[in-house]
Write a protein that binds this ligand. Structure first.
Ligand SMILES: Cc1cc2nc3c(=O)[nH]c(=O)nc-3n(C[C@H](O)[C@H](O)[C@H](O)COP(=O)(O)OP(=O)(O)OC[C@H]3O[C@@H](n4cnc5c(N)ncnc54)[C@H](O)[C@@H]3O)c2cc1C
Ligand SMILES: *[C@@H]1O[C@H](CO)[C@@H](O)[C@H](O)[C@H]1NC(C)=O
Ligand SMILES: *[C@@H]1O[C@H](CO)[C@@H](O)[C@H](O)[C@H]1NC(C)=O
Ligand SMILES: *[C@@H]1O[C@H](CO)[C@@H](O)[C@H](O)[C@H]1NC(C)=O
Length: 543
């Protein structure tokens, strides 16, 4: 050793310096002036004035206010840690023209930005950039208007609105209309719709993305486009091709769907001991995707109990578009193994089912849908997804259950497909998981802030994912884009989009639709202005 090699130490130091300059926010005068340039530019490009104290948040101005706004909608608390890259500042526009202005100004000033609507992204792509620094955050939470037109059975919805607010506004106008959207009511329309968006009406009406009539979007040139102006290719791409790859969506025009005045819901929970011979769970796998479209039964699996005395619960959560009596008849015939009783069934209106599904206490006033917090709530978690095409055999289930019982707070959600989902062609929108899918698995594991070894939980998911390989879809092994998982691979920097690698996660999320998404991306955003760790890449340039 000795002194003969000074170079490694030097490069080690420079890497260290680089590391710290990348991972800490240094309130330099140049970044402050960039912010002023941005503000002045936005002012010049909007006709609606905005009070700075309510729209601009920077750590250099008021750290506590900045953190408050940054944290406001962030769901996965892992990504608020000190070590995570933070935006240089946050702009929270109060008018659509300011979104347009933001794009024009970001482009002009070469500022990388992230756009956030409801903040539920599993990997925090909407407010953490791992690949580009500095970056700013465009927070759309003040753009949350909802205009319901019952006569036209449609609605215009801004991206900052939550699913709960949308449900509430529909129910305010009509008892006979609904929208097939998600379970967790705090999810933002902005991100939700871009990935397809599923929920308990999907077997009857398909995805939220299957029920879109028009879109208002700002493209990479800051131009405002509607469906006619953007053309059918781009309109196709943004109904399921994932968030923040093609533009910023300012409004969705959605088609409302008919719902009866009385629906029925139930929850029947079985412990592993109560289903020791796996008769119920096996039958569910066979029939859940073949039931009549009005009936949706998902299963939630959890580990309960403490050390040495742990077991598993399987909660069958049903929602039926109809009355109790009819449901009982359907269940007796199709799924007697569950042993559903009249007492398990609760009749309610569609809006009440959204509270029930969303985890609110029974009897809660429907106004809770307007609160921005959901009982399903924030936390530290890692999650991923799979699609199942053949029932998992008993042996496979046993290994799966063993792994579940080992983990502290695992959560699996099995969502049945079939019905309308199987009737819509794979290429109708970018979301390709259609006919032949029995159910989707969400794997999730949660831990408290105090947990000193989060890597243990992340490894648990990895092990589970690997274990499940023989039992789930393959070539490609499919995954849901709204359940982003960066373990599938990611883009490096703008200049280093690894197309070969992108094809791996691209095929998982979109199957063959990925190729069309890449073609459209190359056409509408050739400079890759809208980019993130898993944005749709442009076609590699031939040299
Ligand atoms: C607790 C919980 C429950 C969930 N339940 C469901 C469910 O029932 N059904 C379901 O389908 N999914 C569900 N999801 C997944 C959810 O659909 C996605 O996380 C979705 O992307 C969240 O949208 P958001 O606006 O809240 O998130 P954000 O984090 O704000 O955005 C997600 C992505 O979309 C981009 N984006 C946001 N706004 C826009 C815009 N206006 N224009 C273009 N791109 C934009 C962001 O940059 C980011 O890449 C759930 C997630 C969580 C955490
Ligand atoms: C900073 O923001 C907090 C709210 O988070 C507010 O109470 C405080 O007065 C602000 N401080 C200054 C100096 O403006
Ligand atoms: C084990 O857990 C079950 C269910 O949680 C409970 O009913 C039972 O009493 C527990 N047994 C012991 C020995 O703690
Ligand atoms: C769905 O796939 C099955 C075979 O897996 C086929 O028999 C059926 O016709 C398909 N349905 C539609 C609507 O494509």
């Amino acid at each position: 050793m000795g002194f003969s090699k000074p170079l490694p130490l030097f490069s080690f130091l420079s890497i260290l310096v680089l590391y710290f300059s990348l991972y800490t926010i240094t309130p330099t005068s140049s970044s402050a002036s960039l912010q002023d340039q941005f503000i002045n530019c936005v002012k010049r490009n909007t006709h609606v004035s905005f009070p700075l104290e309510k729209t601009f948040f920077a750590p250099t101005k008021n750290v506590s206010m900045f953190s408050q706004v940054l944290e406001s909608t962030a769901q996965n608390l892992r990504f608020l840690a000190k070590s995570m890259p933070k935006p240089g500042f946050i702009f929270r526009p109060i008018h659509e023209s300011q979104v347009q202005a933001s794009i024009i100004c970001s482009k002009k000033l070469s500022i990388h930005f992230r756009v956030r609507s409801g903040g539920h992204d599993f990997e925090a792509l909407s407010y953490v950039s791992r690949i580009e620094k500095p970056f700013i955050l465009l927070d759309l939470s003040k753009l949350r208007q909802i205009n319901i037109d019952i006569e036209d059975t449609s609605a215009w919805v801004q991206p900052g609105a939550t699913l709960g607010e949308l449900y509430y506004r529909i129910a305010e106008k009509s008892k006979n209309h609904g929208f097939p959207a998600g379970v967790c009511t705090s999810v933002g329309i902005g991100g939700y719709m871009t990935g397809g968006g599923y929920g308990s009406l999907m077997r009857k009406f398909g995805l939220a993305g299957d029920n879109v009539l028009d879109i208002k979007m700002v493209d990479a040139n800051g131009k405002l486009l509607d469906r006619t102006a953007m053309g059918e290719d781009l309109f196709w791409a943004i109904r399921g091709g994932g968030g923040a790859s093609f533009g910023i969506i300012l409004e969705w025009k959605i088609k409302l769907v008919p719902v009866p005045e009385t629906l029925t819901v139930f929850t029947v929970t079985k412990t592993l001991e109560q289903d020791a011979r796996l008769k119920i769970i096996s039958k569910w796998q066979q029939i859940a995707s073949k039931l009549i479209e009005e009936l949706h039964i998902r299963v939630e699996l959890r580990a309960i109990g403490n050390n040495g005395n742990k077991t598993l619960t399987m909660s069958y959560k049903g929602q039926f578009l109809g009355e109790k009596g009819t449901l009982m008849k359907v269940m007796k015939k199709a799924f007697p193994e569950l042993g559903l009783t009249q007492e398990d069934c609760i009749e309610m209106s569609w809006i009440e089912t959204t509270l029930f599904g969303g985890g609110f206490a029974t009897g809660s006033p429907i106004e809770v849908l307007l609160q921005l917090k959901s009982p399903l709530g924030k936390g530290y978690f890692k999650a991923t997804s799979d699609f199942v095409k053949e029932p998992i055999p008993a042996l496979g289930l046993i290994g799966l259950f063993k792994r579940l019982i080992k983990e502290d707070a695992p959560f699996l959600n099995w969502t049945p497909y079939g019905g309308m989902m199987a009737k819509i062609p794979e290429s109708e929108i970018p979301f390709p998981h259609r006919n032949g899918t029995l159910f989707k698995i969400l794997y999730q594991t949660n831990w408290p802030e105090s947990d000193k070894r989060p890597s243990r939980h992340i490894n648990w998911i990895k092990d589970m994912y690997s274990y499940m390989t023989p039992y789930v879809s393959s070539n490609p092994r499919q995954a849901y884009v709204n359940y982003r998982d960066l373990d599938f691979g990611q883009n490096e920097k703008n200049s280093k989009v690894n197309f070969i690698e992108a094809k791996i996660w691209g095929a998982k999320y979109f199957k063959d639709n990925f190729n069309r998404l890449v073609r459209i991306k190359t056409k509408v955003d050739p400079d890759n202005f809208f980019r993130h760790e898993q944005s749709i890449p442009t076609m590699p340039v031939r040299s």
